[in-house]
Write a protein that binds this ligand. Sequence first.
Ligand code: Z2T
Length: 836
Amino acid sequence: PGVKPGTAVLDAAQAGPADSGITVEQFKQDYRNKVERMYGDGLERVSDLDKYNALVSLVRDYLAEPWLNTKEKYRRTGAKQVYYFSIEFLLGRLLGSNLYNLGLNEVCQQALSELGLDLRTLRQVEEDPGLGNGGLGRLAACYLDSMASLGLPGHGMGMRYRYGLFEQRIVDGYQREYADDWLMDGFYWDVRKPAEAVEVRFGGNVRIKSNGKTQYIHEGYETVLAVPYDVPVVGYRNGMVNTLRLWSAEARLSEVVCAPQGGSDCQKAVEYSQTVEELSNILYPDDSTYEGKALRLKQQYFLVSAGLQSIIRNYRENNGHLREFPHKIAIHINDTHPVLCIPELLRILLDEEQLTWEEAWNITVQTMSYTNHTILPEALETWPEDLFRTVLPRLYLIVRDINEYYCRSLWEAYPGDWDRISRMAIISYNRIHMAHLAIVGCHSVNGVAELHTDILKNKIMKEFCDFSPAKFNNKTNGVTQRRWVSLCNPALAQLITDTIGPRWVEHPQELAQLERHSADTAFQHHLLKVKLQNKVALAKYVKEKHGITLDVNSIFDSQVKRIHAYKRQTLNVLHIMALYNRLKENPLLDIEPHTFIFGGKAAVNYHIAKNTIKLINSLADLVNNDKSIRDKIKVVFLENYNVSLAELIIPATDVSEQIPTASYEASGTGNMKFMMNGAVTIGTLDGANIEIKQAVGEDNIIVFGLTAEEVLAYYRGGGYNPWEVYQDNERLRQVVDQLINGFFPAAGDLFRGHFDSLLHQGDHFFVLKDFASYEAAHQVLDERYKDRPVWLKMCSANIAHSGRFSSDRTFAEYATDIWHIRPDTLPFSASEKQIR
Ligand code: Z2T
């Protein structure tokens, strides 16, 4: 009754039963039937892949009704819809999470086991869809889970890459890249919707027709067919199923044969179809630099244009004039990759709806919001004007107009200040600055952690913030506790539920109740058992996959993330080398046994990062095969780090390495996942580490190194002198020298690049500068670990205070502050937010 437009409707009861209502018997019967119908064969005679596919198909049947009901409810209530545009969605496997969110996990497990099958085995049959590089893509996936679980009408718009992020294999210590053919055996979660395909236009030219009113006629373009595939996004036991729409590029061959581009030659037509389909073939495998490749620009426009067309088509079916658009639709832009949403919406409103510029502009700005994810200058996208004009001639004219209007308003604010205006312009020196376009065309610009937002406001985007301060705001990242605790660490989830009840799954701030139990011996004992059990599982994997035996009673110390100079895997390596040297000097040295775990991919062309992988593996070879240190330390590099592997490593970890050069890591999200699983962070005061420290208190995190302010001050002064540090610290000098002096027997000059960057190129990332303090921090850690009750109290405190790093909290903030969706309709009501 009387639901106002533009409000989220959270009424689970309306959409469907919170409990599936499916019994074990029913499930068994449905599953047998499914297998038989799909394969014309009995359960006993089909392969694991067939069993897996049948299970997915069955789960899809079960979620069909809530999916349909959710869509119907959105239509009926006219609730405001959020569309999260992202060039990456790093979903991870879906069988486990969908069963869990549907409330079918136990039923399914039981039913399968009665049929003599193991759910875990079938879950592992699933390919891990790697449609993202790292944090940014995984964040988008966490947000989908939270939006559906909060009952928020929020959907994803992304790309259905034919090949995901490359598969990494380690050959002789080096990274080798292999195509990630994730669709080879089919992907049964998505639904192809050919009837909802749209056309996206590239190239050609724009004819300007002027008879009273100026008209822009786009001619001579090439058309690519965008076909959507819808993936259901299941909310946690609330009967809600949102949609992730992934776009795939296709050529309509039948038309191409007769079309001028293809001639009438079938060979040519096939070639043409290949160039068209290239558009959604691969994910660009780079997380922190950007290449000005035409294909990437085309991908971005492809996603944006297809996504917007489908949103508008849907909007028209249910609503009136596009003037109401911002009340019904919010579009969120995940970094600058989808920023063409701004000129594309303008194009539709101007050319197709015939609105005036002012009307169209206001609608656009009110609809759009943007998140920045990095301050690394090499990741900030700028496109050459020529390329942009050639690929997107109509959008080019629109961007020029935006730039002109904008510069005019700057001129009014800063008359005569040409320097400032040219620094802030969208187009300057023949390049189009996508971040500038985003800031100008959105009503909200946010960073992903407090420090990051401060740096945006006071440094990187200072002049923009001075000009329109109200736009800028912070939304500290979060991760979903459902995947990152319940699913990946069921033993811990059970312990938490046994201790404080089950509400934390939906109200993660209630994890704070664990604080009361953190010194409790029985609780600590259980926590220790859970960790051990997870270490055993990881050790088993490492043994099978890499043939290395791990000591499950050692400290598991993990650094898993993309390999990058600013993340400083090298600092970790140098510290391990120093520890190893100490052990060699004194084999009786009384240290806790350590297992150092690394994982992560290096961008294909990022040579130093690839060499860092070789460095880690060289160290592993040396250390793991040296009998004289009696297994006190082990080093492992786990191949092909991805979401599934993270789910194995994180629950088994004691120490979480979060050691970037302060100011570089916008937020980090791995840090949050480790914390939720009771690992203690050793970290720099960067990104969300700062807020983790605030949450757990300084006794429950080990902090070291330069602060962001100190780092930035050094840069202003032209850097620092690494030679002084090197001369003054003997242990450090020894390990730096070992990079090139034959310590790594077969390495030759391989690590000369690392050596030079530390000593001869100014150590841009302050590895040497932070070394002593890092080493001291590790010593503190070891001492704490020796006193097990103290250690376990730290672990508990980390779990207890991880509630604010739930993406549920983040998304409630986005909903209220940015998308203007009524807060009282969300589970994170105002009163609950207070106790954050
Ligand atoms: C990425 O994963 C991140 C930033 C990017 O800037 C690109 C990619 Cl692929 C364009 C990461 C940040 O490095 C990390 O600090 C942050 O936690 C994450 O995005 C999510 O915001």
